[in-house]
Design a protein around this ligand. Sequence first.
Ligand code: FAD
Length: 141
Amino acid sequence: MLVRLMYASRAATAVDQEELAAILRTSARRNPENGITGVLCCSGGLFIQVLEGGRSQVNALYRRICGDARHEEVTLLAYEEINERRFAGWAMGQVNMSRLNPAVLIKYNECARLDPFAVSGAATVALFDELVAGAAIMGQG
Ligand code: FAD
């Protein structure tokens, strides 16, 4: 039984490259052994992450992530049973925000700013799909 989960959160403190790299290193090390794949987006003090995998493994990882002091206001945006993975190639890919087209942001938001707390979960799912399609996913394959 495969599921896909998406959440958003706010970084507890400003996220520098080393902190983000540490999160991605942990993900790359631990996700394969748990059959987890996904993508992480970090921008403007916000995280948006998609986790895919077996239901119990995804739920267990989400509980761990909710308890992580590096972020707060962890908010579930979407949870669905799936037939196939969308991010099978990534233990935890990273959305390359420098490739982001601002027109994609304004399409789903009142202004051209990433704010999953101001829009519906469905809007963030649709936006994220476009980010993934248009902004290359980097690393941690
Ligand atoms: P341990 O490694 O034993 O750590 C113990 C505690 O310290 C935990 O509460 C942990 O959250 C916290 N902690 C660990 N490292 C740091 C640090 N550098 N600074 C501050 N606190 C720390 N983990 C994955 O396995 N896969 C993922 O895809 C994943 N995505 C994440 C996305 C985000 C946005 C964040 C913030 C974290 C993510 N993590 C991910 C990390 C996850 O929250 C756990 O820290 C990690 O899985 C290790 O869990 P553990 O119980 O073995 O904790």
